[in-house]
Design a protein around this ligand. Structure first.
Ligand code: PLP
Length: 498
């Protein structure tokens, strides 16, 4: 199956799936999309019901990644979604009450849903490089404000022939995040704090990618730079799997009979996770409505309600930071499927030039036929965390709470009791201070590290495994440098590759 750029209006330039994974972004600035959406039949789904998560993943990925064999994919999926990394159930459905379920996607090595993609994608990349006979050594460069960097480090650690280096702003991450990165294990990783904020770190990395002299120096060492970008198809495809897997699990649990629609609510930032749910629906899984949940940065809520996408607005720093986004890159993939390449190019040009575009009424109608949108204020989020713990005994993180808020709003308007699946994207312990403060608003908000044991003590729940004993692990990475020294740091790290 070929891949095309969302901006390739004449479908002139086909790419293989390996190529799409290696390149990440198409040469014309568009995103890679498969030429058609493969289907899953009723028989396929019933077959998957008796399979492990790794087998389900290999089977679904093989429909999209045709230059990989099923056996190769199965080997990678078994390593990626092993018991050691994810425990017994990588994508666990939890019943909250009749008709309302969460899909917990945070049982991986960094306790957040990005692990679902970042554990498998680096393995796919290694295979893709071998298939394309690439002999140079890739160095993955990441600037992070916290969580993605840690998930990428865990995904790439100890893979053969590939290295990763992460830069984070020294004062821009929490103490827990800092500890998580400074104690990172693995022989092929490097972590470095930047004196500056997140923008400084990100600009530094962008400048390095654009510096031809530096890339020549690396080339002499047989090294080339690559990114772990969230728009890579190799990160998106694995996210389709857990929605199909959840449908199987709900069938197995007799919560659904085949054909009953499952509605899905997703806490959304870059539109990757919810787009994967949409693809699962287009593949033929009985999925009903897709509820797009946002926080105060509700550019998507406005878009889905009005057809106007407008990033010209105040940016809010919220307690669901992974959704603090004003440009949702993966939305381009939806626009491409619904409006086609030509119109998508136009929207993206306007977005670049004016930060705004408006889709035509027929396009809006087609989007609204699938998606509902809703946003939560900070007060809504705190109240949901508090009330779900009090009334349902369910402890949710801040991002999941945004989605639970949207799901409840949506369910109120419906007469029938459907099956609503809410994507739960992080462990409550990942955002323990805000969760604690939502539960006990009269107490002083705790510091991020002490919040872990406080939350555990007061809720009688266990600290999620990867976040335990963080302060007892040995610190491996201590350096803290000026932005102007980033290239030197990379040069030092790559010295031993040549
Ligand atoms: C990244 C992230 C999201 C947003 O997912 P998108 O695919 O960017 O929409 C939501 N919650 C958490 C915890 C995240 O890390």
């Amino acid at each position: 199956m070929n891949y095309y750029s969302t901006r390739d209006t004449e479908k002139k330039t086909p790419f293989s799936s390996s190529h799409a994974i290696i390149k990440g972004l198409a040469p014309d600035g568009g995103l890679f999309m498969p030429e058609r959406i493969p289907s899953v039949t009723k028989e396929d789904i019933l077959n998957l019901c008796n399979k492990t998560y790794a087998e389900r993943a290999a089977s679904i990925l093989s429909k999209y990644l045709e230059d990989f064999t099923y056996e190769e994919l199965l080997e990678d999926c078994q390593k990626a979604y092993s018991f050691e990394k994810f425990g017994p159930d990588p994508a666990k459905t939890v019943k909250i009450r009749e008709g309302l379920y969460t899909l917990e996607l945070w049982h991986g090595p960094t306790a957040a849903f990005k692990d679902m993609a970042l554990q498998i994608m680096p393995r796919l990349l290694c295979r893709a490089l071998a298939k394309e006979k690439e002999t140079m050594h890739p160095l993955i460069l990441v600037a992070t404000s916290g969580d993605t960097g840690k998930a990428a480090l865990e995904g790439y650690r100890d893979l053969d022939g590939i290295s990763i280096m992460v830069f984070y702003p020294v004062d821009g991450v929490s103490r827990v995040q800092k500890l998580q990165m400074a104690t990172q294990e693995g022989g092929n990783v490097n972590v470095c704090a930047i004196r500056g904020n997140f923008d400084d770190a990100q600009t530094g990395v962008k400048n390095i990618f654009a510096d031809p002299a530096f890339s020549l120096l690396l080339k002499k060492r047989n090294v080339f730079l690559s990114s772990a970008n969230s728009i890579n198809w190799g990160r998106l495809a694995p996210q389709i799997v857990y929605y199909i897997s959840a449908y199987c699990d709900l069938l197995n649990q007799k919560a659904l009979s085949f054909g009953d629609p499952m509605d899905i609510t997703v806490p959304t930032g870059n539109f990757g996770n919810i787009f994967a749910a949409y693809l699962a629906k287009r593949m033929g899984v009985p999925i009903g409505r897709l509820v797009c949940a946002s926080n105060l940065n509700h550019v998507l809520t406005d878009f889905i309600r009005t057809g106007v996408y407008d990033r010209n607005r105040a940016f809010h720093t919220t307690m669901s930071p992974s959704m603090d986004i004003l440009i949702s890159s993966n939305l381009e993939r939806l626009l491409y499927l619904i409006a086609g390449s030509e119109r998508t190019c136009g929207y993206m040009q306007q977005l670049k030039a004016k930060g705004r575009y408006q889709v035509e009424p027929d396009i809006l109608a087609r989007i609204q036929a699938e998606f509902t949108a809703c946003y939560a204020t900070e007060e809504d989020t705190s109240r949901v965390i508090h009330d779900f713990f009090e009334k349902e005994g369910y402890l949710s993180d801040t991002h999941t709470a945004v989605a639970l808020h949207a799901a409840c709003e949506f369910l109120q308007k419906k007469t029938q009791a459907p099956c609503m699946l809410v994507a739960s994207t992080a462990s409550p312990y990942k955002f323990a201070a805000d969760v604690y403060h939502s539960l006990f608003p009269d107490e002083e908000k705790p510091e991020s590290l002490s919040a872990l044991s406080l939350l555990s003590g007061r809720t009688n729940t266990e600290i999620t495994y990867p976040l335990r004993n963080l302060d007892k692990k040995p610190i491996r990475f201590k350096s803290d440098i000026d932005c102007s020294d980033m290239e030197d740091e990379i040069a030092r790290f790559t010295e031993r590759f040549s």
